[in-house]
Design a protein around this ligand. Structure first.
Ligand SMILES: NC(=O)c1ccc[n+]([C@@H]2O[C@H](COP(=O)([O-])OP(=O)(O)OC[C@H]3O[C@@H](n4cnc5c(N)ncnc54)[C@H](O)[C@@H]3O)[C@@H](O)[C@H]2O)c1
Ligand SMILES: O=C(O)CC[C@@H](O)C(=O)O
Length: 320
């Protein structure tokens, strides 16, 4: 039996080489496909390796009758319809941990860039100006960093924030309060985090509970001049409410790596605002992280197809 592995997004070549060098696999590496192209190519696939650029929808699953496994080269599986995958008998796996440090470092870069107006200063100088008075920032030292979500990435950021002499607090209702003790992080209630934090960085999973959680009601509970960083998922923030909070001066600025939808639509109210800085979902985009997550995803597919040994399964109903 020869299994076909379709890779419909851009992944590190080392993963492709690993699969191509494995007996029993036929590898189809297309690079990033549109949803229509993906559905058209899905018919032969026994497995797929994906990133955040494609969605595994009921339509894609219906077009993929041979599909047994999907491996996500990354953490978030919000681009996979897990219930539909389960009902098609498709195992979904991810590679948590492989991009934690890259994402934490990017988040820290965004926080410093936000505090010191680095992108705005860069744009100003490139436009021929020598303007030093418009870009007076704030130090991180002695500021309170509030982390919403204290998992792998939240913890990695807390470690780095300590080196900058920040006080770190976190809200995460799904972990033990003692989880912060070792890192000197106090786990607090959400309203307390809003009331105390100078910087709020989002690292919670996107769920029905967290979708749109940063809205007008939440901004009203925050300190005046708070700065927001989001390298988790765009849908955690209500964009119109954030834009209004920035316009009113309640929020001093925001740094965003993620959007809902991606890419953001032309009418996104945050794009182009002077105090909002952006990257296009780049937090995991380092050569280091991309090798790790892609090779791990390839190994998950090999173990599943050839050794009947799936790991990191996120829709465990398939296995029972
Ligand atoms: N921008 C990027 O390129 C990039 C890269 C990697 C991960 N991510 C995203 O970052 C997020 C965090 O990743 P991680 O590896 O740290 O995941 P993780 O699972 O280790 O941590 C997520 C944490 O969110 C917490 N959480 C769940 N519901 C919550 C709620 N209602 N309020 C507060 N916390 C809640 C969980 O208890 C968990 O501790 C994910 O959404 C992931 O998809 C983005
Ligand atoms: O594929 C990517 O680069 C993004 C990954 C990231 O969003 C994740 O959830 O792991």
């Amino acid at each position: 039996m020869i299994y076909t592995v379709l890779i419909p997004d851009n992944v590190d070549q080392k993963a492709v080489d690993l699969l191509e060098g494995t007996e029993g696999l036929n590898v189809v590496y297309t690079g990033k496909l549109s949803q229509e192209e993906l559905a058209a190519q899905a018919g032969e696939a026994h497995a797929m390796i994906i990133r955040s650029g494609v969605k595994i929808t009921p339509e894609v699953l219906a077009a993929a009758p041979n599909l047994k496994a999907v491996a996500r080269a990354g953490v978030g599986v919000d681009n996979v319809d897990l219930d539909a995958a389960t009902s098609h008998g498709v195992i979904v796996m991810n590679t948590p941990g492989g991009n934690t440090i890259s994402t934490a470092e990017h988040t820290f870069g965004l926080m410093i860039a936000l505090a010191r107006y680095i992108p705005q200063g860069d744009a100003s100088l490139r436009a021929g100006r020598w303007d030093r008075k418009s870009f007076v920032g704030v130090e991180l030292k002695d500021k309170v960093l509030g982390l919403i979500g204290f998992g792998r990435i939240g913890k990695a950021i807390a470690r780095r924030a300590q080196a900058f002499d920040m006080t770190v607090i976190a809200y995460d209702p799904y972990i033990e309060p003692s989880a912060g003790t070792e890192l000197g992080v106090e786990l607090v209630q959400l309203d307390a985090l809003y009331a105390q934090a100078d910087f709020i960085s989002l690292h919670a999973l996107i769920t029905d509970e967290t979708r749109g959680m940063l809205n007008t009601e939440a901004f009203a509970k925050m300190k005046d001049g708070v700065r927001i960083i989001n390298a988790s998922r765009g849908a955690l923030i209500n964009d119109a409410d954030l834009a209004a909070a920035i316009e009113s001066g309640k929020v001093a600025g925001a740094a965003l790596d993620v959007y809902e939808p991606e890419p953001p639509t032309e009418d996104n109210p945050l794009i182009g605002m002077e105090s909002v800085i952006h990257t296009p979902h780049l937090a995991a985009s380092t050569s280091d992280a991309q090798v790790t997550v892609a090779v791990e995803a390839a190994q998950l597919i090999i173990n599943t197809l050839l050794h009947d040994s799936p790991q990191n399964v996120v829709n465990s109903a398939v296995l029972t």
